[in-house]
Design a protein around this ligand. Structure first.
Ligand code: HEC
Ligand code: HEC
Length: 203
């Protein structure tokens, strides 16, 4: 008994073999994440983002940012996700990111279709008056992003996109000097609302 206990410590600390780690991530995705992020990472609820088909490196980076470390506040402050990642190691985050990146991405729709046209102009041209750069440069014409740095926006829940843009404005997401932290303060609330409707309906 004692010998078994003495052994179990180091044995448990070993990483799982790849197939077992992938299977464990799938179970967690189905049993935990699906409640909010939907079946296979395709969200059906406005306040929860779809994760399916998003770049793996981006997803991993986000999971880490929900975690406060070294006595500093989390780079992304969200009480729900902070609880989800509490006690989760990098390995598990990697596996979950890989799992969701491999699911087929969600199709979305604008919650306010009358704003799509205004949103399209912002996405493609930015706003020369406020020097807001065009989103298309980094997030691509199809909204698919440029891995690993620029995430996919196409088909994302519009209310979630609005919330993120406001988070950058409020300083509760991202570090100082980062691209989105620099450009979002140039956006008006109306521009935020409109561009979120545009990206939501991109296929
Ligand atoms: C109780 C609801 C809930 C559960 C369960 C949940 N999440 Fe989340 N998740 C959220 C919310 C809310 C957000 C948006 C947070 C914000 O506004 O910054 C989010 C955001 C995320 C993001 C950022 C997505 C992006 O596009 O930047 C990732 C990644 C994520 N969750 C992964 C997971 C994983 C993996 C699990 C399961 C281990 C999980 N979540 C479980 C509610 C949940
Ligand atoms: C110079 C490049 C660049 C431009 C231009 C840019 N973005 Fe981004 N965007 C980024 C980067 C980098 C990230 C990832 C930030 C992170 O890792 O948290 C991002 C993330 C986002 C996210 C978060 C996605 C998620 O799943 O949470 C949204 C929403 C977004 N951008 C919208 C926009 C909009 C709208 C515009 C145009 C007004 C725009 N971006 C222009 C680089 C850019």
């Amino acid at each position: 008994m004692l010998a078994a206990c003495a052994l179990s410590g180091p044995l448990l600390a070993q990483p799982l073999p790849p197939e077992a780690a992938a299977a464990a991530a799938r179970r967690t995705a189905e049993q935990v994440c699906a409640a909010c992020h939907g079946k296979a990472g395709q969200s059906t609820q406005a306040r929860y983002p779809s994760l399916a088909g998003q770049d793996e490196t981006y997803l991993f980076k986000q999971l880490r940012q929900f975690r406060a470390a070294d006595g500093k506040p989390a780079l992304r402050q969200d009480a729900t996700m902070a609880a989800v990642v509490h006690g989760m190691g990098d390995e598990e985050m990697h596996e979950l990111a890989r799992h969701f990146s491999r699911q087929p991405h969600a199709r979305g729709q604008a919650a306010q279709p009358q704003l799509v046209e205004a949103g399209q102009a912002i996405y493609w041209q930015g706003n020369p008056a406020s020097r807001l750069p065009a989103c298309v440069t980094c997030h691509r014409p199809d909204g698919g992003g440029i891995p690993p740095d620029f995430p996919r926006l196409a088909g994302q829940q519009p209310a979630y996109v609005v919330k993120q843009l406001h988070a950058w404005k409020a300083g509760t997401r991202g570090g100082p000097g980062k691209l989105m932290s620099l450009l979002v303060p140039l956006m008006s609330d109306e521009e935020i609302e409109a561009v979120a409707q545009y990206v939501a309906q991109l296929p």
